[in-house]
Design a protein around this ligand. Sequence first.
Ligand SMILES: C[S@@+](CC[C@H](N)C(=O)[O-])C[C@H]1O[C@@H](n2cnc3c(N)ncnc32)[C@H](O)[C@@H]1O
Length: 352
Amino acid sequence: MEKMSHVVKKRKLDKSRQERLYFDSYTDVTIHEDMIADYVRTNTYRTAIMRNSELIRGKVVLDVGAGTGVLSIFCAQAGAKKVYAVEACSIAEEAVRIVRHNNLQDRVEVIRGTVETVDLPEPVEVIVSEWMGYALLHESMLNSVVYARDKWLKPGGLILPSKAELYIAPVCDPVVEDRLHFWYTVKEQYGVDMSCMSDFARRCIMNSDITVNFVSIEDVLSHPARFAELDLYTVTAEELRSVKGQFRCESFGSSAASGLCVYFTVTFSCPDKPLVLSTSPFKAETHWKQAVLYFDAPVRVVQDTAVAGEVSMYPSEDSARHVCIRVDYTIGEQKGQTKTFSIPDWSGEAQS
Ligand SMILES: C[S@@+](CC[C@H](N)C(=O)[O-])C[C@H]1O[C@@H](n2cnc3c(N)ncnc32)[C@H](O)[C@@H]1O
């Protein structure tokens, strides 16, 4: 039998190929179905737009990355005079049909192209965009919103949403616990002691991937700590090259901590009170789930054990659309550790 090689050589993709792969991922119906079916996401945008109708009525709006045009249509329904629905990929053709189907073609103009290259007929008073990726910054689409803001938004204009915040908390993952324990149970079943696989299993499972999964409330081991805040009126592309902050969490009680969970909120300013779209494990589920960063091995914590450190998020060198998360952390009295995580390759992305 041939010796198997597990070494898959990754090639750095050139920028235009990365961009093509990125926009291709938005051409299929499934991703749009997932987004529109995410009621928390879509309805929070709708509510925020409707609550801002006083500021939107009679105004010109830019929807950055309009997709199927759903947010553009909400803005038209809120009374916008004109909405430019800018979309780079072929889903723009469906947006045109949906806009017509809703008889809004006089007020919603779908423009196919990237927001960085299209020419709008006029500056805008409002920018709306749903740009958030896994762990907030995956996909790096916020850069496009910043670009559009600086080029097209009139002074004093409105941005929806206007603020993003990142949170972190230690978590226990019972599935990982079970999978690590599994190798100790094989002997009972089959009479073969495979417990020596446990270490290998731990290295495979508790790897450096950013694992996107639902975290249950009962698996969150402390109050979450906020480690970064982005003001969309002022944040710059330069600042987005490294988003970082410190955190300190204190465990509620005894548990085996498997890793850290990162999630985000975005906030819409509204005339009455701000509206928050949250991806917290303590709130209703969204398609963003949570991002889990596993330690190298489970760590026992007790009540008040401090899990503290610094998180730094930045675009990967191999593909600027992929986020990397570096965490420098200490757990209780343990020696400090550093681990850098990245999102595994886009599914279906050819590694030619
Ligand atoms: C997260 S989806 C949101 C789609 C839609 N706004 C919604 O809420 O359902 C982001 C969309 O933005 C598009 N997009 C990303 N960057 C863009 C850019 N620089 N210019 C134009 N479209 C972009 C993608 O192709 C994708 O369809």
